[in-house]
Design a protein around this ligand. Sequence first.
Ligand code: PAF
Length: 292
Amino acid sequence: MFALNFNNTAMHIFYGKVALIAYLKTIKTTNSTIGFVPTMGALHQGHLALMQRSLKENDDTVVSIFVNPTQFNNPEDLAKYPRTLEEDVKKMRGLSDKMILYAPSVEDIYEGKTISQDFDFDGLENQMEGKFRPGHFNGVGTIVKRLFEIVTPTNAYFGEKDFQQLQIVKKMVEKNHMPVNVVGCPIFREDNQLAMSSRNERLTAEERKEAAIIYQTLTEAKEIFKTKSPEETLEFVENSFKDNPRFELEYFVIADESTLLPIENKINDKKYRAFIAVFVNSIRLIDTISLN
Ligand code: PAF
C-alpha cells in the first residue's frame, strides 16, 4: 500500500490486489458498506459525481483506475487512451481524502493471460457497441467481474452515458448471483451539452465546441420521434451528419430500453431510447437520450 501525503491528509493507493484485499478486511465490519466506482482514469466531473454519490451512500468508497486492454477492439484507441494518474489523484483528493484508490497493472489483473472470458448477456451484447466493437462487452464483463470479486462492493456506480454497459453489468450481476447493487447515474454534460468523456480530452478546442451537434441532434430527434416513425427519425439524423463532414455517424439506433433491440414501430407503453456513435477525426464519441 502507498499513502500519498498532501497537506497532512492521506489517500490510500493500492497497486496490487493482495494488499487491497487485506486492507479492506481490516476496515469492513458486519454492517458496513463499500461503494465502488470503476473507471479507466482521465477523470472528469462525471466520474467525480459518481464518487460523490458513493461517498454519500456508503461507509467506504473504492475507486479503480485501470485502462482495461481486453475491452479495446482498436489498438490505436487503446494506445491513445489518456493516462493521467497523477492528475486523477489530485482530482480525487479535491473531493475527499477518504477514498481508496486501486490502480493495478495489467499483470495484477490478468496474471499473464490478458484475455476475456466469453459471456452470454441474453442478447444485450449484440447491438450498437457490441456490433461495432467486437469483443468489447466480453472485455467489460471480464474486468468488472474481476473488480467486483476483488473489491466486494455493496453498491457499484456506473454512468448512463454507457447505457448498454450499465444494462450488461446488471445482467452479469443477476446471472452470476453477485451480491452487488448496480446503480446507474445521470450523464454529466459540458457547457455545450457534449456528454463528458475521457475521450473528449483528445479533441481540439474547435472539435470540442462543434461536437455539441451530437446532443443537439439527439434532442431534435427526440422531438421528431414524438410524431414520426423510427425510420423517419433515423433519416433526419443521417441528413444532419451528412451536412457536417467533420463528423462521421457510425450508428444511430432507436431501441427498446429493456431489450436494447432496435425497433421498427412504436408500441404504446414501451420505453424507448436513442443511441448514437460518431467519429470526430478518428475519436469515437457516444451519447444516448431517453425518448419517452
Ligand atoms: O466505463 C468504463 O470506464 C469502463 O468500461 C469500466 C466500467 C471501468 C470497465 O473497464
